[in-house]
Write a new protein. Structure first.
Length: 180
């Protein structure tokens, strides 16, 4: 069997964000036969504008759609900003939702996990992100949830927390079990 490819989107642009660290951990601890690749260009995407969404769409948009199209599944790792989805992630969702009915993620499994301040670890943002992605074609794995309260990590990298590491690996395993 060939290797499964999972594209990873991180909803925070901050280099030292806990969510970026979760993405690093997901890549490092991927199950055998699974390659996770972080699409690290969300900050380069222009705001969605239908006037420029054509064959000559900006290069970062074409790169986003090509990477999503080449993936077998998608893992979204995001914080919660003001009780909802970070703007950079919502913008990527808008670009990926087009062309309507023909998204690069159509029929591919997608999971949403992450960490945030507060005792619920970003659950509202994760629910909103699942809803937004689910409207245009990916098969959102609704019963796959991992919302880590950032304070529970005590300022350490998530890889230093065995419980978080095991839960993240289990989430990736469940995601890839839904491929096909």
């Amino acid at each position: 069997m060939s290797e499964l490819n999972v594209i990873v989107f991180v909803g925070s642009l901050r280099k030292a964000s806990v969510n970026r660290q979760l993405a690093e951990l997901a890549v490092e601890s991927a199950p055998e036969g699974v390659a996770l690749t972080v699409f690290d260009r969300l900050g380069e995407l222009p705001f969605y504008n239908e006037d420029i969404d054509d064959e000559a769409a900006p290069e970062p948009v074409r790169a986003l759609r090509a990477a999503a199209g080449a993936a077998d599944a998608a893992l979204v790792i995001t914080p919660e900003y003001n009780g909802s989805i970070p703007g950079v992630l919502k913008n990527a969702i808008d670009w990926l939702s087009r062309p309507w009915g023909e998204s690069a993620l159509k029929d591919k499994p997608l999971a949403v996990v992450g960490a945030a301040l507060g005792r619920y670890g970003g659950k509202w943002a994760h629910d909103e992100t699942r809803k937004s992605f689910g409207l245009f074609g990916p098969r959102v794995i609704d019963d796959l949830e991992l919302s880590v309260p950032a304070a529970s990590l005590d300022g350490r990298h998530p890889r230093e927390n065995a419980e978080v590491t095991a839960a993240l690996r289990a989430a990736v395993e469940k995601l890839v079990a839904n491929v096909g």
